[in-house]
Design a protein around this ligand. Structure first.
Ligand code: 5GP
Length: 188
């Protein structure tokens, strides 16, 4: 049996990455979603063990020390990490994984899993991104400012140092959704 593939989606927040990942998950149900751990408090409607494993900082640090993460990063002031054992058992069993990692985490991830396929989702422009972050209505003003400043840096980092085999500009959700699904299917 050949091992499963790993698809990594990265994007500045607000680029529509989560929506596109969900499109792929619906259209390609055999692909498995890797649930990350985070110290960020749950947003309304988020469920522990489904959207994230919500951990305290102490728990998170102890897991870092035990080598349990394939990569971890501090994003917008909170820790995020990818549990390693889940990835290894899933791909060894021949199933492919889709995951959401920020551009810095992806860079670290590449050293352990160089065959992972990187897909970068980009907003049509920073102004559009700001509009979307505001429309989402999940973050306060300071958080939005922080996310916008980070988005700028993340896009620069991805361009200079990232290994992304594919990029998709999300200017129209339906079109970008179809494009993403077609891409993933063609690579499975
Ligand atoms: P959010 O708090 O909006 O769900 O996610 C914030 C950022 O954390 C996003 O850029 C997302 O890609 C990143 N993120 C989510 N899970 C992981 C992970 O396991 N590792 C890393 N490095 N970043 C992650």
């Amino acid at each position: 049996m050949s091992p499963g593939k790993i698809f990594i989606f990265s994007a500045p927040s607000g680029a529509g990455k989560t929506t596109l990942i969900n499109c792929v998950r619906r259209a390609v149900p055999e692909i498995v979603y890797s649930i990350s751990a985070t110290t960020r408090p749950p947003r309304e409607g988020e469920v522990d063990g489904r959207h994230y494993f919500f951990l305290t900082e102490e728990e998170f640090r102890s897991r870092i020390q035990q080598g349990e993460f394939a990569e971890w990063a501090c994003v917008h002031g909170h820790y995020y990490g990818t549990p390693r054992s889940f990835i290894d058992t899933t791909i060894a069993g021949g199933r492919s994984i889709i995951m959401d990692i920020d551009v810095y985490g992806k860079k670290k991830f590449d050293t352990l899993y160089p065959a992972a396929i990187g897909i970068l989702i980009l907003p049509p422009g920073l102004e559009k991104l700001e509009e979307r972050l505001r429309a989402r209505n999940t973050d306060d003003e300071a958080t939005i400012e922080l996310r916008l400043a980070n988005a700028r840096k993340e896009m620069e980092f991805a361009e200079k140092y990232g290994k992304y085999e594919y990029s998709i500009i999300n200017d129209n959700l339906e079109k970008a959704g179809d494009e993403t699904i077609r891409l993933v299917r063609s690579l499975l």
